[in-house]
Design a binder for this molecule. Structure first.
Ligand code: CMP
Length: 132
């Protein structure tokens, strides 16, 4: 069993696809833990994404992540970190495999409906960030 951190981003909430996304994880045998809507402040979003500070897309990412409520939650299951990333598809929806969440619902690399931790270390840090 492994835990990973996912966030349905503000575009996913605006599109009203929260239920569809959570169902995909549940249909694949995962447990959804502690989903709750929050509004990230600029400071919180900058801290969460601090590894991207200085990159050309950073400022737009912070504006986007603070543009409305988002839904962080923990996903628990076997090999969760890797399998959740597979179910999400590539960061850029144009490169995402068919039937992945981003291929089906995302508009662009900047507006890609969902986040998932990319390693064990990130998952620990990101779960601590939202859930202490
Ligand atoms: P995510 O994996 O949640 O974390 C960083 C986000 O930055 C990423 O999703 C994308 O939505 C966004 N982003 C925009 N441009 C890029 C890029 N060139 N490489 C990686 N992430 C990008």
């Amino acid at each position: 069993m492994q835990d990973t951190l996912s966030i349905i981003k503000p575009d996913g909430v605006r599109k009203k696809i929260v239920g569809k996304i959570l169902k995909r994880f549940e249909d694949n045998g995962f447990e959804i833990i502690n989903p709750r809507y929050i509004n990230l402040s600029k400071e919180e979003a900058s801290e969460f994404y601090n590894i991207h500070k200085g990159k050309p897309f950073f400022d737009d990412l912070i504006i986007f992540m603070t543009s409305g409520p988002c839904l962080p939650f923990i996903i628990r299951g076997e090999n969760a970190i890797l399998r959740v990333r597979e179910l999400m598809g590539s960061t850029d929806p144009d490169e995402a495999a068919p039937e992945t969440i981003r291929a089906d619902f995302a508009d662009s690399i900047d507006s890609n409906v969902i986040h998932g931790s990319d390693s064990e270390q990130s998952a620990k840090r990101e779960i601590r960030f939202f859930f202490g």
